[in-house]
Structures are given as structure tokens and as C-alpha cells.
Design a protein around this ligand. Structure first.
Ligand SMILES: C[S@@+](CC[C@H](N)C(=O)[O-])C[C@H]1O[C@@H](n2cnc3c(N)ncnc32)[C@H](O)[C@@H]1O
Length: 196
């Protein structure tokens, strides 16, 4: 079965448009078959970015892990005036993000990386709506190993549903990070983790 994180070169293309507005900022995204939440802005991703817009730092460098068609990194780049690197394992997601970076005039670049495999820099913020369906090994590695790619005062931000084990994940992460829960809605927690 095709998942949103698998590469399938035979999958046909059916571009579709998604709009996202926040205050005076307007964004137009191109989405396609074979990427996460292809037909609508995902509720959890929206909750994550809008919590970040209210509480996060501006004018920094950010890494968006598992960028999909590019919602998180592209909106942060423009609204928080930040420079953003964006990565995904899915080639179609990378292609869409590249297109969307250009069409939305974002200060961002996208490249392929399986988790942090191709990451050479360190960041002020790493942000992710992690790929739960890729399995616990993958998403826990994204969350736990983020500390290796954060600057000293860096923060990891993520969103997770209580049904996907948000509370037990937080417990495990307490060994590495100081954790703050910034918002919770419809079972989703928005969590920021300060590197110790
Ligand atoms: C829940 S989706 C979030 C997509 C996008 N950030 C959004 O909010 O719409 C998770 C993303 O992680 C990507 N992903 C899955 N496994 C990955 C891996 N091992 N390394 C990097 N990205 C991965 C998927 O392809 C997918 O785009």
C-alpha cells in the first residue's frame, strides 16, 4: 500500500491548490496525490504553526523535518522572517515544496533527507508534525536526535495526538529536554522542547 512517505514513480499527478491565510499573510500551495494531507491543510499542522506564530522566535534559522508540500517551513519563513531548511524522504513532497517556496517567495530551501542523514548544520528551531505512520522508530529518532542538530539555546517544536502516545512520548523526552506544553486542542498537544 502506498503511504504518504513512500516514493512511487508510477503514481499519476493531479495537482490541486490549497490556500492558507494568517493575518495579512496569504499563501497558495500546490499539492498532489501521494503527499500528506493533499486536499486540506492538516488540523494539527495548522495548530502547530499558529501556536508557533504566537510564541516562537523571529529572525532565526529553522529546520522543518518532514515538510510534505511545505506548509510549515514556508509560512514560518515569511511570517517569522526566518531562514528555513526543509527536508523530506518523499521525492514528490520535495518537488512540491520547491515549487511552493518559489511561488510564495519564501526564504527557504528544500532537500532530500532520511531523518537527519543529510543535515550538516545546526538550527535555532527544529519543527515537525512527525510521520506517525512511518513507525515509532522513525518518529522517535526525529524527536530525540533533534538535540544533536540544535544550537545551544535551540528548541524542538512538534505536535502529537494523545491517541498516538503524546503523553508517553513526553515522558521519554524529559531525559533530554525541558518540555513545555503550549496548547492542546481536539486531543492534539503542541509541545516545545528546550535543549538542556
Ligand atoms: C505528518 S506529515 C507532515 C507533512 C507537512 N509537514 C505538513 O504539515 O503538512 C510527515 C512527513 O514526514 C515525511 N517523512 C516520513 N518519513 C520520513 C523520514 N524517514 N525522513 C524524513 N521525512 C520523513 C513524510 O513524507 C511526510 O511528508
Amino acid at each position: 500500500m502506498n503511504q504518504y512517505f513512500t516514493n512511487n514513480e508510477n503514481l499519476k499527478s493531479e495537482y490541486r491548490k490549497l490556500k492558507y491565510n494568517y493575518l495579512e499573510h496569504e499563501f497558495d500551495f500546490t499539492s498532489d496525490l501521494g503527499v500528506f494531507s493533499k486536499d486540506r491543510i492538516d488540523f494539527a499542522s495548522k495548530l502547530l504553526i499558529e501556536t508557533y506564530f504566537k510564541n516562537g522566535r523571529k529572525n532565526i534559522n529553522v529546520l522543518d523535518v518532514g515538510c510534505g508540500y511545505g506548509l510549515i517551513g514556508i509560512t514560518i519563513s515569511r511570517i517569522m522572517n526566518s531562514t528555513v531548511d526543509m527536508i523530506d524522504i518523499n521525492k514528490r513532497a520535495i518537488h512540491l515544496t520547491d515549487l511552493n517556496i518559489k511561488n510564495n517567495y519564501a526564504k527557504a530551501k528544500v532537500f532530500e533527507s532520511n531523518i537527519y542523514e543529510n543535515i550538516k548544520d545546526k538550527y535555532d528551531v527544529i519543527i515537525t508534525n512527525p510521520p506517525i505512520r512511518a513507525g515509532k522508530d522513525v518518529y522517535m529518532k526525529i524527536l530525540m536526535d533533534a538535540s544533536n542538530y540544535l544550537n545551544n539555546d535551540g528548541e524542538l517544536w512538534f505536535v502529537m495526538n494523545k491517541d498516538h502516545g503524546a503523553k508517553s512520548t513526553i515522558e521519554k523526552m524529559k531525559n533530554v529536554y525541558d518540555i513545555t506544553i503550549l496548547d492542546r486542542k481536539k486531543g492534539f498537544f503542541v509541545i516545545s522542547c528546550k535543549k538542556r
